[in-house]
Design a protein around this ligand. Structure first.
Ligand SMILES: [Zn+2]
Length: 302
């Protein structure tokens, strides 16, 4: 069954954070977590296996910063294809033969395009096409272009995924709650209605949000409702586990699984097709989500 067929049959559970889990596993701040797909595949696998065991239906590859432009900052540009292919293989192995969907992860290229920055549109396009091809060729079931703030970069990502032949393309925006708390939009000023219309027009298959600032579970639910009012496409949410706090010089996120799971049923009732979590979430968060989703499905079918 394809991911798109599956998510229309029942809501699917995504996974939790990778970046914060890599830090716990010993990755130093500022070093290249994606290179671990080649140098420490067992550590990446151990994290993803915990998500699979917690009940994830979908696992994102450890390739968020796996574009040539991002990897070049760490001197790994020559390993783009190998890092992305290994990322798909590790995520697949995490399911241990169980059915599950591997979502190839493409994050922002990490800069600004001309005339505001140093990168030409052609460079960004080439980097995204190269990454998307490596992910799709290795067998990814979908591509997610995530933590996006500008429609321009998102559009290039969607086109790259199309060019690579991705069977399912997910566009995911990072919103920030405004200072007065009244609404949220991306850093580049994009609101959910505009993002949803843009993604539908460009041929994405799933409209998503992830990460962001102040986007807790109730805010994510509001974004999902606004997406649903703007598009007939399936929708996905991956909020952070609350807010980052600096404790003993370590960044920790302040929402426990018990707190965060309260937002799961509202998301289901809003029609969310894939529910996962972003920064600070752990296998324990995902396990709590699984229980809530199973209980809700049981109640719904009873
Ligand atoms: Zn995040």
């Amino acid at each position: 069954m394809t991911l798109l067929d599956a998510l229309l049959k029942r809501p699917l559970l995504g996974d939790g954070a990778m970046g914060t889990q890599l830090m716990i596993a010993g990755l130093e701040q500022g070093s290249c977590g994606e290179a671990w797909n080649l140098t420490h595949p067992e550590r990446v696998l151990a994290i993803q296996r915990r998500y699979a065991e917690a009940g994830s239906d979908c696992i994102l590859t450890n390739t968020f910063g796996g574009s040539r432009i991002m990897l070049n900052r760490h001197g790994h540009a020559s390993d783009v294809v190998a890092i992305n292919q290994a990322g798909v293989a590790i995520a697949r192995e995490a399911f241990g033969g169980k059915q599950g969907f591997v979502i190839g992860d493409i994050g922002p290229f990490g800069g600004l395009m001309e005339p505001y920055g140093d990168f030409s549109e052609a460079q960004v396009r080439a980097a995204f096409v190269e990454q998307a091809r490596a992910l799709v060729d290795a067998g990814a079931d979908a591509i997610i272009i995530e933590t996006q703030t500008s429609l321009e970069e998102l559009g290039i990502g969607i086109e790259a995924a199309k060019e690579a032949g991705a069977a399912c393309i997910i566009g995911s925006m990072a919103y920030d709650v405004t200072l007065d708390g009244s609404t949220f939009r991306t850093m580049m000023g994009v609101d959910p209605e505009r993002a949803a219309a843009f993604m539908e027009e460009r041929g994405a298959h799933v409209v998503a949000l992830n990460c962001g600032t102040g986007m807790d579970m109730p805010r994510a639910c509001e974004a999902i409702q606004r997406y649903k009012d703007s598009t007939g496409l399936p929708v996905m949410a991956q909020p952070n586990a609350g807010q980052p706090k600096l404790i003993n010089m370590k960044v920790t996120y302040d929402e426990t699984p018990d707190q965060m799971v309260k937002g799961v049923v509202p998301l289901l009732e809003a029609g969310c097709n894939i529910i996962g979590a972003c920064c600070g979430s752990t296998p324990d968060h995902i396990r709590a989500f699984r229980a809530a989703m199973d209980q809700h499905a049981g109640v719904a079918s009873a």
